[in-house]
Design a protein around this ligand. Structure first.
Ligand code: SAH
Length: 214
């Protein structure tokens, strides 16, 4: 009950008030119990306006950025979505409220295992998980209608772009280790169209086509 109230407040004051208007996104954010995606000690802060640590030096993104990225993907109910960077699993759970199927990849084993368990407990059966380096995408399941990268990349990995369907949308933070721009790419018959949605700050995308492990 307490968390329901906090969650509705979060959507009203942090998400709607800042211009997110897609009804599917607002509905998803009102529904998914974000407090279950953080450790017990942080549950009371789960609906606050900032990212939180999830262990392994990684973070669950600020609620607004989750909403902004989800809206930018312009999801339809039939869409198949690829997420790189499962982390807590919260973003994947939001995507799964709207899309047909979510394929999510995590490179840190303990986070992968924890998210998988949580998806099973909460009955999110349309989320398919994988433990690997996501910078090469998920070729066997491509092409995807939408691709979301929830870690900051030095550049847009071409491997991922190649797995985007015609008509597909991709969002990815691109920049250095300290600050990035949220880039949206749309593929149509003519090629790729890029827009910049503004500044953001994510942990590093580490992998063969991302940052090195140092
Ligand atoms: N979407 C997550 C955000 C997690 S932070 C959430 O809702 O909680 C980013 C995550 O990306 C981290 O868990 C990190 O380990 C993961 N990551 C970084 N590089 C990766 C790569 N190459 N492949 C898969 N996951 C990666």
């Amino acid at each position: 009950m307490k968390y329901d109230r906090l969650r509705h407040d979060m959507v009203e004051k942090q998400i709607e008030a800042r211009g997110i208007a897609d009804p599917d996104v607002l509905k998803a954010m009102r529904k998914v119990p974000r407090h279950l995606f953080v450790s017990e000690a942080l549950m009371d802060q789960a609906y606050s306006d900032y990212p939180l640590p999830i262990g392994e030096q990684q973070t669950i993104s600020q609620p607004f950025i989750v909403a902004e990225m989800t809206q930018a993907l312009q999801l339809s109910p039939g869409d198949r979505v690829l997420e790189i960077g499962t982390g807590s699993g919260y973003q994947a759970a939001i995507l799964a409220q709207i899309a047909f199927r979510v394929y999510t990849i995590e490179r840190i084993h303990s986070l992968y295992v924890r998210a998988r368990k949580l998806f099973d407990q909460l009955g999110y059966h349309t989320i398919v998980t994988r433990y690997s380096d996501g910078t090469s995408g998920w070729k066997d399941e491509s092409p995807f209608d939408a691709i979301i990268v929830t870690a900051g990349a030095p550049e847009v990995p071409q491997y991922l772009v190649n797995q985007l369907a015609v008509g597909g949308r991709m969002v990815i933070p691109v920049g250095d280790q300290y600050a990035q721009d949220l880039i949206k790419l749309v593929r149509d018959e003519k090629g790729l169209h890029q827009t910049n949605l503004g500044g953001c700050r994510f942990v590093k995308l580490v992998g063969e086509h991302g940052w090195s492990d140092q």
